[in-house]
Design a protein around this ligand. Sequence first.
Ligand code: SF4
Length: 686
Amino acid sequence: MRRYRRGMLSSPPRVRHLAPLCCMSSQLSIKDVLGRGGVLSRRLDGFRERPQQVEMADAVLSAVHDEAHLVVEAPTGVGKSLAYLVPVLLGAIATGRKVVISTHTIALQDQLLEKDIPLLAACLPIEFTVTKALGRNNYLGLRRLGLAMERAPDLLADDPAVVALRRVHGWAESAFEGRRQELDPPVRPEIWDQVQSETDNCLGHRCEQFKACFYQSARRRLQTADIIVTNHALYCTDLMLRQQDMGLLPEHPVLVIDEAHHLERVAQEHLGLSLSRRALRHFLRRLLGGRGTQGLLKRLDGDGVEAAQTLARKIGESGDRFFGDVDRWCASRPGSNGRYREPALWDDVLSADLAALADRLDVIAGGQERDEVRIEVEAFGRRSLAICSTVRGLLAADDPDLVYFVERDSVRRHVELAARPLDVATIFERELFDKMGTVIATSATLASGRTEKDLSYFAKRHGCSGARQLVLGSPFDYQRLVEVHVPPDIPFPDEDGFDAAVADVALRYVDRVGGGAFILFTSYRALEACWRRLAGPLSTRGLMALRQGDTMDRATMLTRFRADGNAVLFGTESFWHGVDVPGPALRLVVITRLPFPVPTLPMNEARAERLRRNGEDPFPRFFLPEAVIRFRQGCGRLVRTEDDEGLIVCLDRRVVERPYGRRFRDSLDDAPWSSGAEDASDVSQD
Ligand code: SF4
């Protein structure tokens, strides 16, 4: 077998400072780096001391020194990544403690790895190494690539697939780190399936490619790196694996969780059970072939192979029947949220055959002469058994800590059974906060208000009630930059005429500022209703209108929005947060409705039930704080830099006419509220 050259990096990229400073790192204070006349202001044009940034950095440094945990809300403009990177470098790396930084988005990982960390490496007298941790399937498996090339005629069903595999083979010669993302253009998933590195068929030290292996090189980099940047999904998976001593990430006394507001949902998705029709078909396709590949069982000879194929085909048919039953169950309950609580709602036509298939694959594996093939077959046996146990768990529906439900999208023909833990706080407390020296959790919006006490909601749900808490003020002068209008001439959301009024008033404000608007909705239904009314008038005015849910993806919508300068964007869920449009292209944000969590969604319903069972009122304990956080996130789209200014229009009168409205009004930094009329009075004082 040919030996492939692995990536150029035999060790983590060594990041060195470019401008040595005479003082030792331990003698540098936060002010020396982030303060007026400090290291960064000498290095960067336009860098100014930001008191909030210094305050956060001091708090992080104290937490690192004291081995304490810290939750910190750092609004847009604080410069939070430098506010944790500087103290982490001065306090942890300089004293030999490994740090993991987990983020939700690739954009933030790129910012850390390509901008912030290199900047500090160039400025600070600290030598350190940094690397990125990715999931295993992102790496090319050299052993599997060799096997695939050897068996290409059997493995691949058509010429384009063979050409694609050859391209991967050619790329492997010069690949940098062997990551899938380096392949340009990318290959089809079916081809990558054949060559990706996988846990359950890795030969480890026995592999001839062990030294050259991209994944093993990445693991070695993780062991020696001082800073590891990763994502929440991988971190949560690793958290589970660590409990079985199978974790990928090495010991790290310091963890920084950026974009921490996403952590709970990601953890729920990764710590529960799920099985979709698509996932089952994908598993079977890898055994039986399809979409340009031949399937493992098609390439094997010997006893039991044919019987295993028959069994796998039977599972495919049973799977279609099973998910068809689930689909019909949902369709027969219009208005149902898909949640189920009873065991054995659908006939278990899968698990016995999946267990039998696992047995057969084990026998077939035992008859294979070549190690590589045997291990591959064994891996499929284990996967079959894992799916079997997932099916049984999902049908038993007997774990009181899990919420069981069906997710269904009839347009995409997606059906999935899922069981998610309602409470991840216990796991975080036990596996993170009790075990680790320092965890810093931060985000631009974590608090359900503007004080430290408002962080207790986040802290409780993440198992860190004992953590230090800090809510920083915004560095922007909201009083000067922003006005919030609540037009009085609009019905309440549950009254007739609300949708029409939303469209009318939104258009009035769009006319007033000449476009450059986000109109944010809490449901697609409401978005569609408004879109139908406004698409024509906006077109007549020559304004570009962008609608979430069209064929255009979110990134393209944003690019076009920014480039146009006067566009109007209709968005739901994902446009309320994590969207950055600095400058005048965005000068109006319309909040069509207060973003209370949908009470009928399974997880929300279950949370409310649990609170009621505990004698607590779910409205102040869950729905209100969630809505306030999301409201703040939505409003936060408007001002991204100190030069931004504009108008926030809230079309939900409850914000001024219901007692709880004050929580929303108080949650925005000092922005003046009014009805928007010429003779408007301040509504924030009522
Ligand atoms: S060490 Fe494991 S992942 Fe790496 S090439 Fe060998 S089998 Fe594949």
